[in-house]
Design a protein around this ligand. Sequence first.
Ligand SMILES: Nc1nc2c(ncn2[C@@H]2O[C@H](COP(=O)(O)OP(=O)(O)OP(=O)(O)O)[C@@H](O)[C@H]2O)c(=O)[nH]1
Ligand SMILES: [Zn+2]
Length: 354
Amino acid sequence: MSRRSYDESDVRVRPNRRGSRPRTKDRPAHEDAVEALVTAVDRGRYTTLLGEGTADERVVTAMKARELGRKGIVVGDRVGLVGDLQGGPDHLARIVRQHERRSVLRRTADDTDPVERIIVANVDQLVVVTALANPEPRPRMIDRCLVAAYDAGLEPILVLTKADLVDPTPLVEAYAPLGARCIATSTLSDTEVLAGASPEDVLARTTGLDELRDALTGQVSVMVGHSGVGKSTLVNLLVPDAMRATGHVNDHTGRGRHTSTSAIALRLPDASGWVVDTPGVRSFGLAHVRLDRIVALFPDLEPGTADCPRGCTHDEEECGLDAWVASGQAGPAGVARLDSLRRLLRARSAGEDT
Ligand SMILES: Nc1nc2c(ncn2[C@@H]2O[C@H](COP(=O)(O)OP(=O)(O)OP(=O)(O)O)[C@@H](O)[C@H]2O)c(=O)[nH]1
Ligand SMILES: [Zn+2]
């Protein structure tokens, strides 16, 4: 069973039969709709930013107009608003239109789940946040995220946190041949902060942040990562106003207890881009990626399929990938990447005819 842990838009993976598609025709009655950006979704309430970058910019809460039916609206969507556009807590506008999306990041609960969730729309980059230790890196999860990024046409960035605990070099060397940008970061742990480190100490002891900031500038990026990898810590350093809850709960104020349950778009200082923070993602099901496309989403392995027999499943004895990896052409992580590919192919094909 798929668990609904947070607001994501659910869509059936299987193509709709004719006639069951939601109608998308724009309604002339809403020619006056004003464009806004959805920055958060919480139980049917949409936080939007209207007039982004103008003197008239304001946060407007909205609900979905009934005529949009089951059309999922997610963080990052550009929507048309009508009604009460004043903004503020007592005013509620209506979303009457969803503008065409330039990208969507999807996932399914597992590899056979027919319900795909759209995590976020209209982003350029997928930032995969992994700790070098505590918790241990999970290369197969990284590989899944990379497949999702390539499939969605997003630029992947691998952020390796807690570089103060473990040398990032082996992981950087493993992933650099794929063309994924790797950035190692380190900062003070909560314990050190509680022991009296000042914000200046934290910044002085933080590494990799400028490089990350640089990679995010001018882009819309979505950050995914397992709980505890230090994602909120990074978001708070990047967007000081964000106050994202980090692992530690302050006993006196209870601050840090409001763990995030849904994605939220945060603007980088000086309007230099957006980061979408997502709740800790434990799995990244890929039921929506076509089985025969998966190998193409492993760019370090794909050239090795040239010697495969016709119709090769890439999980059979005659597969050319074993020789390709053995010859070192897939780089130092080749063996692990091939193992990752094959596990993914098996997990996906297990669900093929369900
Ligand atoms: N040693 C070390 N600890 C870090 C670093 N970054 C974060 N931490 C610690 O790791 C723990 C988890 O950090 P969070 O930022 O809360 O992790 P998260 O990924 O947001 O996890 P959730 O809040 O559960 O989603 C905290 O105790 C942080 O202080 C780092 O660079 N080095
Ligand atoms: Zn093959």
